[in-house]
Design a protein around this ligand. Structure first.
Ligand SMILES: Cc1cc2nc3c(=O)[nH]c(=O)nc-3n(C[C@H](O)[C@H](O)[C@H](O)COP(=O)(O)OP(=O)(O)OC[C@H]3O[C@@H](n4cnc5c(N)ncnc54)[C@H](O)[C@@H]3O)c2cc1C
Length: 281
């Protein structure tokens, strides 16, 4: 949605090259019925958007790891990391793990893992984002509704599992930690959401927060460290690690095996130097 005071942010979105189509308010309301006509005179639609079933995706990845003979070891925080006799050794409370290649996919803790391995950090900044589940009137079928938000990214809402999720879309810089929602930020975001819709929110059914982590140029960091043999970076996916995981995972696997970039990624115009760990030096 493009409220009048967010015309410049709408233009910035168009400048990113995403194929947005201008749609009428009636069409916007058909896709998200509670929208208030007084909120915005303009609306844009990204026709390429699709929803990801995150649980199904994660379960699929787990099945692939197990089918390939892999093992997932939980509750094993890596305390020490060193390179000994051509292999990385990661020390944890449940044992020491050795391998010639170490993949640093520690999310918000990516720079912390690098610090433990004695490497130069990438300036990774975790940013908190909160989410709330908004109660709905009985019989309301939200699963036909679209994802909707404002051009300035100050709130967004989407149906999920028969419920409506609303986010204040904050990007609050924080230290890496097990994040939780910030109540005041949620309340402010819900207030902005209510300016746009005819849904009265008097309580929340639940809330949670998480971290989205960025390096200064906003691109992921994917590739071998240029100084530390066998240390592979896979961090900084920002707010897109779920939707990019299948392609970025395939690309990482190709780089680790010394294979070429998968053709479908190359055709999208990705340049390895834009995601290379070496671009910071
Ligand atoms: C509210 C919200 C909405 C989002 N919406 C979207 C969206 O619409 N689309 C999208 O694509 N993405 C979205 N994201 C972003 C996405 O969730 C993240 O980018 C993604 O979870 C990051 O995945 P990751 O595997 O890189 O890191 P994580 O999921 O953080 O995994 C890192 C793992 O490393 C482990 N670890 C860290 N340190 C150590 C250590 N010392 N020893 C052992 N293990 C360690 C951690 O325990 C963790 O399990 C959203 C995020 C939030 C918070």
């Amino acid at each position: 949605m493009v409220p009048d005071h967010q015309q410049s942010q709408a233009q910035q979105l168009l400048d990113t090259g995403v194929d947005f189509a201008e749609i009428s308010f009636a069409e916007a309301q058909r896709q998200f019925p509670p929208l208030k006509q007084s909120y915005a005179r303009h609306a844009m639609l990204d026709r390429t958007t699709a929803d990801v079933d995150v649980d199904l995706l994660h379960q699929g990845f787990l099945r692939l790891i197990k089918a390939a003979g892999g093992e997932i070891v939980c509750k094993a925080p890596v305390a020490g990391i060193e390179r000994l006799d051509g292999a990385w050794q990661a020390t944890t409370p449940v044992g020491t793990f050795c391998a010639p290649i170490l993949i640093n996919a520690a999310g918000a803790w990516g720079d912390e893992i690098a610090r433990r391995a004695g490497l130069t950090l990438k300036g990774l900044q975790p940013k908190r984002r909160s989410m709330a589940i908004v109660p709905l009137a009985p019989g309301m079928n939200v699963m036909d509704w679209s994802f909707v938000g404002d051009a300035g990214e100050t709130w967004y809402a989407k149906p999920s599992g028969g419920r409506l999720l609303v986010s204040p879309a904050e990007a609050e810089p924080v230290e890496p930690h097990d994040a939780y929602a910030d109540d005041m930020t949620l309340a402010e975001g819900i207030a902005r959401f209510q300016e746009a819709v005819d849904i009265e929110v008097t309580r929340l059914e639940g809330s949670w927060g998480g971290l989205r982590s960025f390096v200064p140029d906003g691109n992921p960091v994917c590739g071998f460290d240029q100084h530390a043999e066998g240390f592979f970076w896979l961090i900084g996916q920002g707010g897109y690690s779920i939707q990019t995981a299948p392609a970025l995972g395939e690309l990482a696997a190709a780089l680790i095996r010394g294979a070429v970039m998968p053709g479908y990624i190359e055709r999208e115009g990705l340049r390895l130097r834009d995601i290379s760990p070496a671009r910071f030096s």
